[in-house]
Ligand binder design. Structure first.
Ligand code: ADP
Ligand code: 5GP
Length: 204
């Protein structure tokens, strides 16, 4: 029998701050931690798999989910919509697994209202110059796209004070240890561990 529902962690970061690097390692290393699978109306990119990277759905289906209250939060970015499925989220949490939601800042603010117990994590780049350098060295974006991403990064960073944890991703190893520590420490919280403590006591 499950003694406790899972914890919800939300992670946001400006593009290029190192969110993918950190989250991929975390999900590989920490047991019983699921990574979010959102609904989206955007088309799959090469290599993306429906039901693994996203649930890829059309506009009509997304409209229906919104109408029936099936999304905990959702946003529209450049005409594409992204949302976190309520049934999916509840289903994972009910198994006792923790969940890591990768959502942008507007959705994160909405999720916080819907789930005040969620732990909000923001990944900071060391500086604006370092962020631009990382975007360039990743080699995925044109100069114009980098300019747009840098503008957008500023808007996202301005919301840092709404997050519970700010991880400075300068030294990757240290940033990763902080990230992992947040998840592991949450698992030791008294309210989560109290049933185990009572069970142990009963054995005396
Ligand atoms: P995001 O998912 O936030 O867009 P990525 O994880 O793709 O960012 O990282 C952007 C680039 O920066 C990648 O080339 C990655 O290898 C590099 N990077 C990530 N963390 C660090 C770090 N601490 N120091 C130097 N480079 C890093
Ligand atoms: P991409 O199209 O590159 O996969 O994702 C674009 C952005 O959408 C990322 O910043 C990602 O964090 C965000 N995103 C993905 N899923 C969701 C979601 O369910 N809700 C919200 N609010 N943002 C999401």
């Amino acid at each position: 029998m499950i003694q406790h529902p899972g914890n919800v962690f939300v992670v946001s970061a400006p593009s290029g701050a190192g969110k993918s690097t950190l989250t991929q390692r975390l999900v590989r290393s920490v047991p019983d931690l699921s990574f979010s699978i959102s609904f989206t109306t955007r088309k799959p990119r090469p290599g993306e798999v429906d039901g693994r990277d996203y649930f890829f759905i059309d506009d009509a289906r997304f409209d229906a989910l919104v109408a029936e209250g099936g999304l905990v939060e959702w946003v529209e970015v450049y005409g594409r919509r992204y949302g976190t499925g309520r049934a999916w989220l509840d289903g994972v949490l009910a198994t006792g697994r923790d969940i890591l939601l990768d959502i942008e800042t507007t959705g994160a603010m909405n999720l916080r209202r819907a789930m005040p117990e969620a732990r909000m994590i923001f990944i900071l780049p060391p500086s604006a110059a370092a962020l631009e350098q990382r975007l360039r060295s990743r080699g995925q974006d044109s100069d114009e796209q980098i300019h747009i991403r840098m503008q957008h990064a500023k808007h996202e960073l301005e919301l840092y004070s709404a997050y519970d944890y700010l991880i400075l991703n300068d030294d990757l190893e240290l940033a990763y240890r902080q990230f992992e520590s947040i998840v592991l420490a949450a698992r030791a919280a008294r309210e989560r561990m109290a049933p185990a403590a009572r069970r142990i006591l009963e054995g005396f």
